[in-house]
Design a protein around this ligand. Structure first.
Ligand code: 1HE
Length: 260
């Protein structure tokens, strides 16, 4: 990885977790064109060993969104291509080869929230706050937020965030579904890494079904969704790995579900 604003490393005994960190803390990890292209490149070129990924941000904030200093010179045509560049990059996050866990703290705003919402799991610490300041900057979301954020919290809440500048704190963010996990200050990365390592132990086909098939089913009519589900279930259960895992449970060699 050649972009200085992004750090990449492999974690886990088998190098099964990719850790991707935004390292532009002086600018609160604001995303310029180079950084969005670098995010795309990382997810397109994940090593074969990788089974799950964690994305986080260096410094006090996860991400301050679009680098506003690059916005000034853009005309309408360039704006369309810029937005489509973000879409292509964040599609590589959401529909890349592995599940992605976002480790959130501080500001998760604008394009930062769009990046977080392209991830499959969001872990937030108590310093996290969420906003869509596009409304007050006279612009609109452009990184897929109009599609992904209403699927997390509903169109009404997103409309409120953009019309009124409402900021959600960490507790309320978890309550409305912006994050699935809320953890003590400073522990989001550890929790995200723990979850990623756990995800990496799943059968790859199960993870693929959850990241690529489930969101498509959610977009289908119920009738089509049931059929897609049946196809996916049949493919997953016919894999040799699924048979081995079920046999291990029946032989008493696999973990039971534990009461939490
Ligand atoms: C930036 C950016 C940025 C910080 N673009 N330079 N996003 C926003 O509207 C959020 C704008 N940022 C903020 O509200 C605040 O910076 C934070 C709440 C995130 C952090 O506050 P703080 O006090 O820790 O930092 P700061 O002093 O405001 O910023 C430090 C530096 O980062 C400063 O630059 P410096 O040269 O004066 O040191 C800031 O100018 C710079 N900085 N945020 C450029 N966003 C695909 S479309 C998506 C559309 C959007 O994302 S719109 C929402 C943009």
């Amino acid at each position: 990885m050649t972009n200085k604003d992004i750090h990449f490393e492999l974690a886990g005994d088998r190098h099964e977790v990719a850790v991707i960190r935004l390292t532009r803390a002086k600018k609160r990890n604001a995303i310029n064109d180079g950084l969005i292209l670098a995010i795309r490149e990382v997810f397109e070129k994940l090593p074969q060993t990788v089974r799950a990924a964690v994305i986080d941000g260096e410094g006090e904030h996860f991400c301050a969104g679009l680098d506003l200093s690059e916005l000034q010179e853009r005309d309408a045509v360039a704006g369309v291509f810029h937005s489509r560049m973000w879409h292509a990059a964040l599609d590589c996050v959401q529909f890349g080869p592995v599940p992605v866990v976002a480790s959130l703290h501080g500001a998760v705003v604008g394009g930062g929230l769009e990046l977080a919402s392209a991830c499959h799991i969001r872990v937030a610490d108590e310093t996290t706050f969420y906003a869509l300041p596009e409304g007050s900057r006279g612009i609109f979301v452009g990184g897929g937020g109009a599609v992904r954020i209403p699927r997390l919290i509903g169109a009404a809440r997103m409309t409120d965030m953009m019309l009124t500048g409402r900021v959600y704190n960490a507790n309320d963010g978890e309550r409305i579904g912006l994050a699935q996990y809320l953890v003590p200050t400073g522990t989001a990365f550890d929790k995200a890494l723990e979850l990623a390592k756990r995800i990496a132990t799943n059968a790859p086909m199960t993870n693929y079904a959850l990241t690529h098939v489930l969101p498509r089913i959610a977009d289908q009519s119920a009738d089509h969704g049931f059929m897609t589900e049946a196809m996916m279930a049949a493919i997953a259960q016919s894999a040799p790995e699924a048979k081995d895992r079920v046999r291990a449970f029946l032989d008493g060699r696999a973990a039971k579900v534990q009461k939490s």
